[in-house]
Design a protein around this ligand. Structure first.
Ligand SMILES: CC(C)(COP(=O)(O)OP(=O)(O)OC[C@H]1O[C@@H](n2cnc3c(N)ncnc32)[C@H](O)[C@@H]1OP(=O)(O)O)[C@@H](O)C(=O)NCCC(=O)NCCS
Length: 166
């Protein structure tokens, strides 16, 4: 079942993000890796910045989370994480499908350039990488992240974004 997460789910969201983010360890540049990957304060800040989290739940336990953020003229998919033991079973796809259905705006996704699996995942769902120049511009326009994160990230866009803006 997919449902909106609320304040009661905070600890579960926090655990899933930090467990699933272990995938980045030793893969993304060492200077952008930290543990926990996302602190509770950072997660609280993201929620306050109007990221709405949705969870994939089985038997009252959440196994995957994905956030959606409507900002200016686009929708961002933020913080997509599925528990390590539940990967490649379609949970991420179900969450992405569900969230995409909630917007009519072009959808953008940012991820680490080294997270090849995540890029493949989004490409499988029809997203395409934007050019490096466009990526820098989009990350500055819609995200609040460090210059180093901009440098080491990529942006994928859905067909609607490409037909509207490129
Ligand atoms: C990216 C993620 C959310 C996908 O969730 P998921 O439930 O595993 O994805 P699904 O089972 O719905 O889809 C699997 C597809 O994604 C891609 N994929 C997922 N993991 C992959 C891997 N390790 N290598 C290559 N492709 C991979 C493939 O296209 C795969 O399809 P296939 O199994 O038919 O080859 C999940 O792998 C994850 O949490 N990863 C760690 C954190 C992360 O990278 N998050 C993205 C942040 S933007």
């Amino acid at each position: 079942m997919i449902r909106r997460c609320d304040s009661n789910d905070f600890e579960q969201i926090y655990s899933i993000i930090n467990e699933a983010a272990q995938a980045y360890k030793g893969v993304i540049p060492a200077d952008v890796w930290k543990e926990p990957y996302m602190s509770k304060d950072e997660l609280r800040h993201e929620i306050e910045e109007s990221i709405l989290f949705w969870g994939y739940e089985e038997g009252e336990k959440i196994f995957g989370v994905m956030g959606i953020q409507h900002i200016q003229d686009v929708t961002l998919i933020r913080h997509a994480y599925v528990c390590t033991t539940k990967r490649r079973q379609g949970i991420g796809s179900k969450l992405l499908f569900y969230l995409r259905d909630q917007t009519t705006r072009p959808v953008l996704i940012g991820t680490w350039g080294d997270a090849i699996w995540a890029i493949r995942f989004y490409e499988k769902h029809g997203f395409r990488l934007v050019t490096p120049e466009e990526k820098d511009r989009l990350l500055r326009k819609y995200w609040s992240i460090s210059e180093r994160q901009i440098e080491t990230s990529v942006v994928l866009a859905d067909p609607k974004w490409f037909s509207t803006y490129s």
